[in-house]
Write a new protein. Structure first.
Length: 74
Protein backbone atom coordinates (compact mmCIF):
# COMPACT_ATOMS: atom_id res chain seq x y z
CA UNK A 1 0.00 0.00 0.00
CA UNK A 2 1.23 3.50 -0.75
CA UNK A 3 1.36 6.33 1.69
CA UNK A 4 -1.87 7.69 3.13
CA UNK A 5 -2.67 10.62 5.33
CA UNK A 6 -3.97 10.31 8.89
CA UNK A 7 -5.23 13.00 11.21
CA UNK A 8 -4.84 13.23 14.95
CA UNK A 9 -5.39 15.95 17.48
CA UNK A 10 -2.47 16.42 19.85
CA UNK A 11 -1.51 19.01 22.43
CA UNK A 12 -0.01 22.14 20.86
CA UNK A 13 3.01 21.98 23.14
CA UNK A 14 3.73 18.42 22.00
CA UNK A 15 3.53 19.47 18.35
CA UNK A 16 5.95 22.32 19.01
CA UNK A 17 8.35 19.98 20.80
CA UNK A 18 8.26 17.52 17.88
CA UNK A 19 8.82 20.32 15.38
CA UNK A 20 11.77 21.69 17.39
CA UNK A 21 13.32 18.24 17.76
CA UNK A 22 12.99 17.47 14.06
CA UNK A 23 14.25 20.86 12.94
CA UNK A 24 17.29 20.70 15.24
CA UNK A 25 18.25 17.31 13.83
CA UNK A 26 17.26 17.84 10.22
CA UNK A 27 14.56 15.17 10.39
CA UNK A 28 11.36 15.30 8.34
CA UNK A 29 8.48 15.36 10.82
CA UNK A 30 6.45 12.80 8.84
CA UNK A 31 9.36 10.36 9.04
CA UNK A 32 9.80 10.97 12.76
CA UNK A 33 6.11 10.33 13.47
CA UNK A 34 5.98 7.23 11.26
CA UNK A 35 9.03 5.76 13.01
CA UNK A 36 7.57 6.57 16.43
CA UNK A 37 4.34 4.77 15.53
CA UNK A 38 6.22 1.74 14.22
CA UNK A 39 8.35 1.60 17.37
CA UNK A 40 5.25 1.72 19.56
CA UNK A 41 3.55 -1.06 17.60
CA UNK A 42 6.66 -3.22 17.99
CA UNK A 43 6.70 -2.54 21.74
CA UNK A 44 3.05 -3.57 22.03
CA UNK A 45 3.72 -6.77 20.08
CA UNK A 46 6.68 -7.53 22.37
CA UNK A 47 4.48 -7.03 25.43
CA UNK A 48 1.94 -9.49 24.05
CA UNK A 49 4.71 -12.05 23.44
CA UNK A 50 6.00 -11.58 26.98
CA UNK A 51 2.52 -12.18 28.37
CA UNK A 52 2.34 -15.45 26.43
CA UNK A 53 5.70 -16.78 27.65
CA UNK A 54 5.44 -15.47 31.22
CA UNK A 55 3.84 -18.66 32.47
CA UNK A 56 5.99 -21.12 30.51
CA UNK A 57 7.96 -23.50 32.70
CA UNK A 58 11.57 -22.61 33.37
CA UNK A 59 14.64 -24.80 33.55
CA UNK A 60 17.66 -24.33 35.82
CA UNK A 61 20.74 -23.02 34.07
CA UNK A 62 22.78 -26.07 35.10
CA UNK A 63 20.32 -28.33 33.24
CA UNK A 64 20.42 -26.14 30.15
CA UNK A 65 24.22 -26.20 30.14
CA UNK A 66 24.26 -29.98 30.65
CA UNK A 67 21.91 -30.46 27.67
CA UNK A 68 24.04 -28.18 25.50
CA UNK A 69 27.14 -30.17 26.43
CA UNK A 70 25.38 -33.45 25.57
CA UNK A 71 24.35 -32.01 22.22
CA UNK A 72 27.94 -30.90 21.56
CA UNK A 73 26.90 -27.26 21.34
CA UNK A 74 29.30 -26.11 24.07
Amino acid sequence: MGTVQINARIDGALKEAIEKYCKARGIVMNHFIEEALLDRLEELEDIEELKKIRHEPTQPLAEVLAELKLDGKI
